[in-house]
Design a protein around this ligand. Structure first.
Ligand SMILES: [Zn+2]
Length: 199
């Protein structure tokens, strides 16, 4: 069985994707509740009861000698987990936010759709994808600079690249290596913005 389960925090923000085995143990340990398609929540015992009554379940069932348990698709943690202090994930959303939806070359503000991620030292020339080498640029500046360094292009960075300080709730931590289930979608509509970018 390869069913994966989306874990939300207490406020229903997507945290991570886990195996159904770990999801089950979080439920058994009373650390999480099941969230169904209509945002109803179930304690483990109620979920087990319900599992006996439903004929089908998208992710299937786990069978024990006496009962069967539907594998949940989404669970939510009951308690706030201690969030380890960490670096702000390198995601499109965080990069755009960090630079205030501004082009770092012409210093103007743009709607997100009119901005690109810009490698200061182009990727094709060994530029890395991290906070030190990626900024936001408007499409015009991005095209103008092309595959050159700023000095080659006679362009000046008005805003220097920098690494943002961690803010609580700054970023969704979905780094899903697995296909997105339909039942997860409502929680992770923003996955394009929040997916960890390849380094
Ligand atoms: Zn610009």
């Amino acid at each position: 069985m390869t069913a994966d389960v989306l874990i939300l925090n207490r406020n229903f923000f997507a945290l991570e994707v886990t195996t159904w085995q770990r999801a089950m143990s979080l439920l058994v340990l009373d650390r999480a509740i099941v969230v169904d398609d209509e945002y109803r929540t179930y304690e483990f015992a109620d979920w087990v009861d319900l599992s006996q009554k439903i004929a089908e379940h998208p992710a299937g069932f786990v069978h024990t000698p006496n009962i069967r348990i539907a594998i949940p698709e989404v669970i939510a943690l009951k308690f706030f987990e201690k969030v380890p202090r960490r670096q702000v994930p390198f995601t499109r959303r965080n990069i755009y936010q960090h630079y205030g939806n501004r082009c770092c070359y012409c210093n103007k503000h743009f709607p997100p759709a009119d901005l690109n991620l810009e490698h200061i030292l182009p990727r094709s020339r060994g530029g890395v994808s991290d906070w030190t080498n990626v900024v936001t640029a408007c499409i015009r500046c991005n095209l103008k600079k092309g595959n050159r360094t700023p000095s080659e292009a006679h362009m000046k960075l008005v805003v220097q690249p920098s690494r943002p300080k961690w803010r609580t709730g700054a970023a969704l931590l979905v780094r899903s290596p697995v296909p997105i289930r339909r039942s997860w979608q409502r929680f992770i509509d923003n996955v394009y913005w929040d997916a960890q970018l390849e380094e």
